[in-house]
Design a protein around this ligand. Structure first.
Ligand SMILES: Cc1cc2nc3c(=O)[nH]c(=O)nc-3n(C[C@H](O)[C@H](O)[C@H](O)COP(=O)(O)OP(=O)(O)OC[C@H]3O[C@@H](n4cnc5c(N)ncnc54)[C@H](O)[C@@H]3O)c2cc1C
Length: 377
């Protein structure tokens, strides 16, 4: 039984069904992808600052590439362009790139001229240099999730939409059922992939504390234009809130930035005053963007943990309870590896990639937090 019909729940389901597990049911309180999974910008990379992220994302990208054949997944590896406005940032990029290279991720540092070669139209006066991650990229998220959903349906997985998991029912350190808005459903194994607040609230019903907060993120999209943003994404790294710009396969140019807000503000809030803050630094950096007509904005949540890494694996003291949540803005790129390691835990008792064990829930109690500095937007 999987709670959460987002991309994490889908990939866990896919991996379990592929390995021959029967009777997999997904419970989703709303419609497919209604959490963060249909509100993101579909980018992926392995250029992170923690070893855990770099290793897991590298593997995850390998899987995304394999799924082009296996699932008909669409994606392009057009790279991440990180812009440094300050010279000292270029120096940190140099160290970071050596770290990436040592883990098999071929990022490279760029001069200001090289930045302009990659993306013409950037205001060179503002650029000290950059970092380029060539294995990174972007994907049409809606198409890919729908393809994955249809495949898992074909594998016999059952979906219960508009069914909210209200509380877990336990005895003798085992979960035996979940009480939902549509009645009680029994099961053998329970995997909570209900994003941020959803996972936190559900696990609190069995006394388990999960330190995840849903942080709001604003994005705004333009009408469609011919391809202009040449890389998957351009990140203005030295501006607070790490604003970024990306362009979808249908031509819309998306701007986003982390503008601090009250945590867990309703998904329907419309903060028009955020829009100016969001686009201003990016227009300064790429002046031609001032001509773009914006048509729509939206809010989504980064389901954020204190160390910006997800929570994976068994939930103690229960024998048959697992979690995959708290992706802190990186749940799409991680989703294939999430599926793999959670299926490993359920079926083999441990993940096939041992570094994933560092991401278990108990790290918060033990004070073994891991730092990630490269959180974008
Ligand atoms: C603006 C924005 C841009 C982003 N860009 C990127 C990006 O480029 N790359 C990337 O990797 N990530 C990105 N992210 C983050 C990414 O979208 C998330 O990390 C990812 O979607 C998490 O997927 P999930 O399946 O774990 O959670 P969700 O998609 O949130 O799915 C959880 C599901 O659980 C359901 N649920 C919750 N509680 C219950 C309950 N009690 N009972 C039943 N169902 C329940 C919810 O309705 C939801 O559908 C971005 C996020 C935002 C907001």
């Amino acid at each position: 039984m999987i709670v959460g019909g987002g991309i994490s729940g889908l990939f866990i389901t896919y991996e379990l069904a592929k390995r021959g597990v029967k009777d997999v049911t997904v419970i989703e309180q709303s419609y497919l992808g209604s959490g963060a999974s249909f509100r993101n910008v579909g980018c992926f990379r392995a250029s992170f600052t923690s070893e855990e992220h770099v290793v897991l994302m590298r593997k995850s990208i390998e899987l995304w590439l394999r799924y082009r054949e296996e699932l008909g997944i669409e994606l392009e590896q057009s790279g991440y362009l990180w812009i440094a406005r300050k010279h000292e940032t270029v120096e940190s990029f140099r160290k970071l790139s050596m770290f990436h290279n040592s883990l098999g991720v071929p990022t490279r540092v760029l001069s200001a001229d090289e930045v302009l070669e990659i993306q013409p139209g950037i205001n060179k006066n503002l650029v000290a240099g950059g970092l380029f991650d060539p294995v990174a990229g972007r994907m049409p998220i809606l198409k890919n999730i729908v393809k994955l959903y249809l495949r898992v349906k074909n594998l016999g997985v059952k979906f219960l939409f508009y069914t909210k998991a209200l509380r877990l029912k336990t005895s003798d350190y085992k979960v035996h059922a979940v009480e939902t808005s549509q009645g009680v459903i029994e099961g053998d194994v329970f995997i909570i992939a209900a994003g941020g607040r959803g996972s936190r609230e559900l696990l609190s019903t069995v006394g388990v504390k999960v330190p995840i907060i849903d942080e709001t993120r604003y994005a705004v999209i333009s009408e469609p234009y011919a391809r202009f943003i040449r890389t998957a994404i351009i990140i203005d790294w030295d501006t607070p809130g790490a604003p970024y710009v990306t362009q979808t396969d249908h031509g819309g140019i998306i701007f986003a930035r982390n503008i601090p807000e009250e945590p867990e503000a309703p998904i329907t809030s419309h903060k028009m005053d955020s829009l100016g803050l969001l686009v201003k630094p990016l227009i300064e950096l790429i002046p031609v963007l001032k001509h773009v007509n914006l048509v729509r904005s939206w809010i989504g949540y980064y389901d954020t943990t204190p160390d910006h890494h997800p929570i994976y694996g068994p939930v103690k003291p229960y024998e048959n309870l697992f979690i995959a949540a708290g992706f802190s803005g990186h749940g799409v790129m991680m989703a294939p590896i999430t599926g793999t390691v959670i299926a490993d835990w359920v079926l083999n008792g441990k993940p096939s990639i041992s570094i994933a064990e560092k991401l278990m829930l108990e790290r918060f109690e033990k004070g073994q937090l891991i730092k990630e500095l490269a959180v974008v937007g």
